[in-house]
Design a protein around this ligand. Sequence first.
Ligand code: MRU
Length: 354
Amino acid sequence: MNSGAIKTKEVRALEWTNNRLRLLDQTLLPTRVQYTELEHWPEVVTAITSMQVRGAPALGVAGAYAVVLAAQELKELPFGEFREMLQAAASSIAEARPTAVNLAWAVACTMKAAAPAANTVETIKLLLAEAQTIEREDIEANHSIGEHGSLLLPQDATVMTHCNAGALATAGYGTALGVIRTAWAQGKLKNVIVTETRPLFQGARLTTWELTQAGIPTTLIVDSAAASVLRSGDVSAIVVGADRIAANGDVANKIGTYGLAVLAKVHSVPFYVAAPMSTVDLATATGAEIIVEERAPEEVSSPQGVQVAPHEVGIYNPAFDVTPAEYVSAIITERGAFTAPYSESLSSGAQSRG
Ligand code: MRU
């Protein structure tokens, strides 16, 4: 098991260091680059709910390390009680955000890996090894996603992306931005069009920050400009990430993704979803079963702390939407790009290796 420091030249959203979880506080970007070190698992839950750390795969890695922190904190308890309290903490961590399956998946993986342990010391060792494996494998998966995805793009591609599915949303490199980074490295990419992604501006604040740091040509548009930009014929493909992909290929991702998928179909632009297999949830049959997180009304009425709507108005703030599989041209994973019928391609992909 490789437990050494992970080497990647992109920004790290999170890092295990000195038995603590070090997070880049994404609520402060792009104006402040500030890290916070967390020692107690409830602090990680707060970081997740407040979106200091966000993006499905990064949530999974944070959740896995939060379980390690919980075990470290409970280690003086008798083993039976330790196990019970650890399970309770793991459940709270897994439930911190409901839509991204990677969070519950990673917490379950760590708990399963530690199940054979005979004492607290061994439990902590196994939990940590599993969390580090999840982190390392996510970076490896993203590089493979980049390779598979870049093959789908034409020379001199202009790619539109939504929200942030980059290094910041993963253990490193990114999923949709992994495709973009690889295409750029291969000299295939002309420009990236980034939608601002209201209400929390992950596109404007995070994706443009990541891409400009990498020297990749980037154009920011407001969400409502997407239709006319797609109509212009200048966009080669849309590539987005995913929070949960159902067995039939329905995709939950940041609110606004479904609208882009419909526009892509109308304007004959390929619509690609880039995600690791850990985001594919074969236990969820269709998108209708996916729980879509609703977030605080203040995110809409006071974006970035600036009031733009009267306090009295009713607000609906779903954080995600579900794009039906029929709008998805391909799902790009570390095991290749899958196409419809997804109920067949995803389940055979889940069984295959490499
Ligand atoms: O609410 P967020 O910022 O966590 O939403 C993130 C997204 O929707 C991403 O597209 C998704 O998690 C994939 S990240 C590789």
